[in-house]
Design a protein around this ligand. Sequence first.
Ligand code: TYM
Length: 329
Amino acid sequence: METVVSGIRSTGNLHLGNYFGAVRNFVKMQHENNCYFFIADYHSLTTHPKPDDIHGNIRQVLAEYLACGIDPEVSTVFIQSDVPEVTELYLLLNMNAYVGELERTTSFKEKIRKHPDNINAGLLTYPVLMAADIIIHKANKVPVGKDQEQNLEMTRRFARRFNTIYGVDYFPEPDAYNFGMELIKIPGLDGTGKMGKSEGNGVFLADRPEDIRKKVMKAVTDTGPTAPGQEVTEPIRNLFTIMKAVSSPDTLAHFTEKYATAEIRYGDLKKQLAEDIIRFTDPVRTRINAILNDDAYLARVVKDGAEKARASAAKTIREVREIIGYRSF
Ligand code: TYM
């Protein structure tokens, strides 16, 4: 049995990218492994220092997690800020993380481009907190999407460095995991780039069918193939990628063939895609709403999760303190 850790920021609702990149894989792993799934609400403060409604956002994301099939009876589901031990490990790891390597990460460079007015130290040390989240439970596998690959490299590096500096073989080096396959990147509907929480290019699990139809019908396309065998452009490839995730292989094959023979009508493709997304999200949305109405259940999940996560984290912190040389008098 391996230990699996994954998380998601509380800055927005879950979209198809979050689901297919991370949550679905976690759900598939939870019965065979020792699984921890959490809401990264400290991480949210790196870009939302003054969140509008941090509690409401956490509650929503938690309900969405559970609605996707994360089972708190078999997995440990918790809120990052309920486990303060992680902040101690973060502090300790920060002592061996170098500003140069943190400044060079792609996500930091991207964030400073997007938020030039708020380049805070939390943003710089984001990968250190993420490493702490993962290695505090001594995880081996981390189901995440393609965009987290570099953060996982940093996690391995910090784990390895800790072992080297203190001359121990303590932390495993965890891998970004997708059942031996390439990590997933679900594109957005805007023709370019990945689906994101705040890019305005996403379909959210909680979206209503009429909104999903509107969004998909407005998705960026091109003028269409003019002759058989033409290469697929990025916006169309993106729609096919989403289709591959939500539609049947027959549907995908049908539209791939229509493209290849230059007979495709993008309106038909979009209509089918929207209905397939709705078929997939409808039951999830119903469950999200039911769970949001059950305060007692949510409170119980969070309390049990915090207890289990803290027990695991506290054990690591005790051992780490011992390794570094902090002893009691
Ligand atoms: P976040 O909240 O941006 O995204 C949560 C998960 O969803 C995946 N994801 C995607 N996968 C495929 N296609 C997409 N378009 C797409 N968009 C998002 C992400 O890869 C991620 O797995 N830093 C993390 C949160 C975090 C974490 C951790 C994750 C904090 N500590 C420890 C794992 C382990 C983040 O911002 O994810």
